[in-house]
Design a binder for this molecule. Structure first.
Ligand code: ADP
Length: 468
């Protein structure tokens, strides 16, 4: 079985968000169970290649926008593995981006339409030896359609993984001309264009042989109006081909100075280190620390209900630490709240991206709050459990699949500040009790490593190749 994993990023070479973590870890776990996976991504200038043995393999000639574009194919190994990584270089299309957002001189959708065309040329140049092309999110949404055009029934099978349905890659229909797709010849594309734009997520969903998403619960939720981002009917029509596989955690990227036997002492030290680093008043040294780590995306990450419930929490003897960046308006709101004189000594608001601080927070906090409105998988709650920090989560998506109320954390059902407050109050009541000690043990016993998920992916690949 030979698989080509195609995506916009792969950690640690190109890391923008959680998608990069998945693309960096999954092939390594698959390699261990004898699935031969190659990875293909754009070669952005921000790629961290210092410690890689990189060499130019060959040139691809990619017809796009009425001209012949040269793409240099660089080959290397994914660090700490034998997985082949192909980086596609082109100075017109893959010029910027790949650091924390895409700001290119071509639009994002044009850049990725070109990437999709280049992937297909690459598959052809490798004598069409892949059994499966595993596409990820809208950045690879046109791959199946283009493979069909170029290779017809000889093409590899395709799997399209939805990591976040809300980001869709909506482009100008003129893009189709650039890729060489002829309108009128593809019913799925004509249907998509009827509303005046080309939706690359929709293309991925409708054209790929199979679809999956990153947790079993999210796979069910996206069939509903509430979570379907207007794709619920299309997804329902393809329900037989849709499944959910939980993402894993790469524990090697989460250093820990203690284990399940030394957690009490270890967390005490980490808590002290966190308080020192953030200069939190010593008078709160015995208070529980609640944390939030993540993108400041008020729609997805539940910052609105968190904001409304914080004053209530901080009336109690509790400390709140926030780490995140994103929406400027919400960053400002949170900073202003943290300066309010009644709570300023208990609310440390850190608007930045800092992996070291994140790890210190995972270790030194007592509770991690994840109030997301929707959460396809979510890594932070699983990482928190590894550090013996109890997650407080909304009952959706991957949060629902990984946290058990009263056992490994706290789960609230209704998306409201009141429900979140009640859950945080429960956590306060449990703080320092024998029950909390037991819950920490339960949480730390959980194993969310990639091994199990890789086995699931292998089974799915086998099902796809067996399917005619
Ligand atoms: P998403 O992929 O939706 O952003 P996840 O929970 O799946 O959310 O993954 C977020 C990852 O990014 C986690 O590893 C988390 O520790 C990390 N992270 C998020 N924000 C920050 C930040 N400001 N500083 C450091 N790490 C962060």
């Amino acid at each position: 079985m030979k698989v080509l994993l195609a995506a916009s990023e792969v950690a640690p070479v190109i890391k923008i968000g959680g998608l990069g973590d998945v693309i960096g870890a999954l092939p390594k776990a698959l390699e261990k169970i004898s699935v031969n996976v190659d990875v293909i991504v754009p070669f952005f200038p921000s790629a961290k290649i210092e410690n890689l043995q990189l060499y130019k393999s060959f040139d691809l000639h990619v017809p796009f926008a009425n001209k012949n574009n040269v793409v240099e194919v660089f080959k290397t190994k994914l660090p700490d593995s034998n997985v082949d990584l192909y980086l596609l270089k082109n100075e017109e299309f893959f010029v910027a981006g790949g650091s924390n957002f895409f700001a290119n001189n071509v639009t994002e959708t044009q850049m990725f339409a070109f990437f999709n065309k280049a992937i297909v040329e690459y598959v052809k140049s490798s004598f069409n030896t892949y059994d499966i092309v595993h596409c990820n999110d809208w950045h690879t949404g046109l791959v199946t359609g283009l493979l069909n055009d170029e290779l017809g029934s000889e093409r590899p099978r395709t799997l399209f993984t939805i990591h976040n349905l809300n980001y869709q890659g909506i482009g100008n229909p003129a893009l189709l001309r650039d890729t060489g797709i002829v309108p009128g010849e593809h019913p799925l594309i004509d249907w998509d264009l009827a509303d005046g734009d080309l939706n690359m997520m929709q293309q991925g969903i409708t054209s790929s042989d199979f679809i999956n998403t990153v947790s079993p619960s999210y796979a069910k939720e996206i069939l509903t109006k509430e979570f379907g981002s207007n794709f619920e009917d299309i997804l329902k029509a393809r329900e037989g081909r849709l499944s959910g596989i939980l993402n894993g955690v790469d524990y090697s990227a989460q250093p820990r100075t203690y284990d399940i036997n030394s957690v009490e002492e270890g967390k005490k030290e980490a808590k002290k280190a966190l308080m020192d680093r953030l200069k939190i008043d010593k008078k709160h040294k015995d208070a529980p620390i609640f944390s939030f780590i993540g993108r400041i995306d008020a729609f997805q990450k539940g910052l609105d209900i968190l904001f409304d419930s914080l004053p209530d929490l901080l009336k109690e003897d509790a400390v709140f630490v926030l780490l995140g960046t994103g929406d400027k308006k919400w960053e400002e709101k949170l900073i202003t709240l943290s300066k309010h004189k009644t709570i300023s000594d208990k609310f440390s608001c850190n608007i930045m991206f800092d992996i070291e601080l994140a790890n210190l927070m995972y270790a030194g906090s007592d509770f991690l709050v994840v109030p997301s409105r929707y959460e396809p998988c979510g890594l932070i709650q699983m990482i928190a459990m590894w550090y013996g920090t109890l997650p407080i989560v909304h009952d959706v998506g991957g949060l629902k699949d990984t946290v058990k109320n009263g056992e490994t954390g706290f789960v609230f059902n209704r998306y409201s500040a009141g429900a979140l407050s009640a859950s945080m109050k429960e956590a306060l009541d449990v703080y320092g009790t024998e029950k909390m000690t037991q819950m920490i043990q339960n949480a730390m016993k959980k194993d969310f490593g990639w091994e199990q998920s890789a086995v699931e992916y292998k089974k799915l690949y086998e099902k796809i190749t067996a399917h005619v």
